[in-house]
Design a protein around this ligand. Structure first.
Ligand SMILES: Cc1ncc(COP(=O)(O)O)c(C=O)c1O
Length: 477
């Protein structure tokens, strides 16, 4: 096949990609266009006949450019949005060029082997049980679904009930205990799995960690039936990490399965500093769902599900299709996840891990955490600014007071809610940095997630300066 049909378009795309990336530093860190403008650029009736591909690519670039969130900028701290490491992006482009459909081993032997290699690397890097199985999934939510389906299978199998064959109707009741601040991704998966009706929430502390007493009481009342307990490694607001060793030991003693939502914090297990402190005991859980497209800074479509019991894992996603010939002991990617057809999403992950190595992953984690701590320090030095969380991972929760707060007085809290929202609006409008607003324990906050490899200490200083300027200009104005 001639490459001519590709070369002009791919060079054109590479030119635009480089222009976008190199312009990110200069571009305001805010949204530039409204939906109406974007509809104008992208809309209109579907043409009857074919268009010129180069011209269409130009239209695409012109149509989307102003509607892109500048999330690759080192001063963008919205939601939980990692950047993309250059090597991961390059590998992602190649993944599209190779266009493998990795259902079965023979569909793409390179994918199957890269998955085996990455699974071993991940278990080694994160020091999780080497016998665990790993699925490469589109995103953490999908990973939670696999992990919880495996958990459901295992705890019911322990009661002589095969949920894949017998279904849920008439099954023994599965008791589910969840951190009261569990992410909605986990809750929606429990609902999909028919376990939504049996969730009992465990009270949490100010950092969103399950209170030891709440866990003790819930387990003391346990009748020995099927039990799944959901903890987390990185709560969406505080970045809080459950007391993992204590959680796992107590739940195992009660005969239960521990699932950890580690969408944000999984990679922190590669940092010796964090592994010895906040993440101690993570290896004692039964399943872990995580995103490489968050803190490991790969492009999107890069989640992982890690399950300590490969038999339960396979049973959670049964696959029986004679034409696929999957019963030969080799790795067939479709046996480990929900999708049948899919792209080889493991290649960008392989390239990222191979480039960073163990020290590089730890450096990425420790660097982001140092940035988050610097940001918190710069803000907390102002007595009218409150940093609400301990910066365990990479999240900083901030609230602004119109004057120095007096604790226990409701007046200043209501005024601080309104003022924090005003600061947030002005901060985003000024476009030097970006963060999303949220509510924490009923109070208005700005949430900063410092999770991009490209963020420098100078970015952090500029973002903090912009934020404090907004705060004080509103007070003075
Ligand atoms: C704590 C937590 N859990 C789960 C998820 C779901 O991850 P995904 O959106 O990649 O499916 C997120 C997403 O931000 C998250 O922050």
């Amino acid at each position: 096949m001639t490459t001519d049909v590709y070369s002009a378009l791919l060079e054109q795309a590479a030119g635009h990609a480089l222009a976008y990336l190199s312009g990110l530093g200069e571009r305001p860190v805010r949204l530039l266009a409204g939906d109406e403008e974007l509809r104008e650029l992208l809309g209109g009736p579907l043409p009857q006949g074919p268009g010129n591909p180069e011209a269409v690519l130009e239209m695409l670039v012109k149509g989307v450019e102003r509607g892109l969130a500048p999330s690759g900028n080192g001063r963008y701290y919205g939601y939980v949005v990692g950047g993309t490491l250059p090597v991961a992006m390059a590998a992602d482009w190649l993944t599209s060029a190779w266009d493998q459909n990795c259902i079965v081993h023979d569909g793409s032997p390179a994918t199957a082997v890269a998955e085996e290699v990455c699974a071993d690397w991940l278990l080694d890097l994160l020091d999780l049980p080497r016998s665990a199985s790993v699925a490469f999934v589109p995103a953490c939510t999908h990973g939670e679904l696999l992990c919880l389906a495996a958990a459901r299978h295992k705890v019911l199998a322990g009661r002589g009930w095969n949920v894949a064959e017998q279904g849920l109707q008439g099954a023994p009741r599965v008791r589910v205990l969840a951190n009261a601040d569990t992410h909605s991704a986990v809750l929606r998966c429990l609902q999909i799995l028919g376990l939504g009706g049996s969730i009992e929430y465990l009270a949490t502390d100010d950092e969103a960690r399950i209170r030891s007493e709440a866990l003790r009481q819930a387990l003391a009342a346990h009748d020995g039936g099927p039990l799944i307990v959901c903890g987390q490694v990185g709560e969406i607001n505080t970045g809080g990490v459950d007391r993992l060793g204590e959680l796992c030991d107590a739940v195992h003693e009660a005969g239960g399965w521990v699932h950890l939502d580690a969408a944000i914090g999984m990679w922190a297990a590669a940092s010796p500093q964090l592994r010895g402190s906040a993440l101690a005991g993570i290896e004692r859980a039964d399943s872990w769902a995580a995103d490489a497209h968050k803190w490991l800074n790969t492009p999107y479509d890069c989640g992982v599900a890690i399950i300590s019991d490969p038999v339960a894992h396979r049973a959670a996603v049964p696959l029986a299709a004679d034409y696929l010939n999957t019963e030969d002991g080799r790795r067939h990617p479709a046996q480990w996840g929900l999708e049948i057809s899919r792209r080889s999403r493991v290649f960008p992950l392989w390239a990222t891990l191979r480039t960073l190595g163990r020290d590089g992953v730890a450096g990425l984690i420790d660097g982001c955490r140092a940035n988050a701590r610097l940001f918190a320090e710069l803000l907390a030095a102002d007595p009218t600014v409150e940093v609400l969380n301990e910066v365990t991972l990479n999240q900083v929760l901030v609230r602004f007071y119109p004057q120095v707060p007096c604790s226990g007085d409701e007046g200043p809290e209501a005024a601080a809610d309104a003022h924090t929202d005003h600061v947030a609006e002005l901060f985003r409008e000024r476009g030097r940095s970006w963060a999303s607003s949220s509510q924490w324990r009923g109070r208005a906050v700005l949430r900063f997630c410092l999770i991009n490899w490209a963020t420098t200490a100078e970015d952090v200083r500029q973002a903090a300066a912009s934020l404090l300027e907004c705060h004080h200009s509103l007070l003075d104005g």
